[in-house]
Design a protein around this ligand. Sequence first.
Ligand code: GDD
Ligand code: MN
Length: 373
Amino acid sequence: MVPVELAVIIPTFKERDNIEPLLESLRLSLRGIEYEVIFVDDDSPDGTAAATRAISRTNPRVRVLQRIGRRGLSSACLEGMMATAAPYIAVMDGDLQHDERILPAMLSQLKAGSLDLVVATRNKEGGGMGDFAGHRVRLSHLGRRLSRIVSHTDLSDPMSGFFVVDRNFLEEVIHSASGTGFKILLDLVASSRRPVRFAEVPYTFRKRIRGTSKLDILVGIEYLQLLLDKTIGKLIPPRFFIFSMVGTLGMLLSICVLYLLFSVLAMHFAMAQAITTFVAMTANFFLNNSLTYRDRRLRGRRVVMGLLTFYAACFVGAVVSVRIAQFLKDNGVPWYLAGACGLAVGAVWNYGVTSITTWRQARERWSTPGRQN
Ligand code: GDD
Ligand code: MN
């Protein structure tokens, strides 16, 4: 048996109708290369995994890794990459937007130059964004600038989800990769402790024909999370940072609501204050649910329970915060420092408690078949 030289890892979510044409294109492009394809599917409700498995029964090059109760592009890629023994590993989208015809060139560059990585780029001469929407192009440029700061590598397309790595490089960095969000390439490069030896091959991003993009504007938050993780991640958990940002936003919101109720509508102060608190807590809950805990987002009935535990935790947090501030102030600490300490302790409390109650990593999820996106 000839050993597999190249593994192509393809993350999928609701791509059922793209699998067959994709495999056919790979077959044509990878003639003469011993390859295997590993699809990592997050239990797509459209049955992508089952359809792909049906193909793999007669095509020994194809394997399916179906993850249950999980979502996430980066972690899907990482797990697929660790499921192969091939010396060279490609990552590519499963929607035919990446031009598979450049794979052989990428592979031969990787081998010839003893490089760590070859990236398919849309931002070099000969490549292009296709008809990517204008705002996505601008976002991509901003992302490029930010990525240079965390990765110390001048990739022309750090957001690319299309690249080939040398297995040794992967093994060198995998333990430091964060695996959150969808920026798998940046994650790998930023996890390296030495300069990464890389080359770039230009291509034109194709238009999506079937299905829809799963990356919406909120993935920007995940990008921020990855950047934070790679910069201040050792000091402050990025999730706590975002939780605090949301909290600050909530505080600004409550000042506005209080102003409206008390000053404009002339409501009784205690009443205005109580309503304000509930509005702010509710807003914070929903913001945290869709931003800070996007990966564990509560839906349906769980929202109600989540909201209740969130209220309870915040209520206790507020009491603790006030008590501490009072105690410090009584002991001669200036009022602003006492207040700030109270707030900080309250924030840590709220974060700690809600992360293990409201957004506890639910075990039951494993038994819930087919979630919606
Ligand atoms: N397993 C798994 N889990 N796969 C996923 C998930 C997920 O949660 N979300 C998306 N995918 C798969 C899709 O099925 C597709 O094969 C691939 O990941 C890319 O997803 P798209 O939804 O098509 O992303 P895009 O076309 O908007 O974004 C592309 O361009 C970005 C550049 O801005 C991708 O190549 C990104 O990687 C790239 O960063
Ligand atoms: Mn796509």
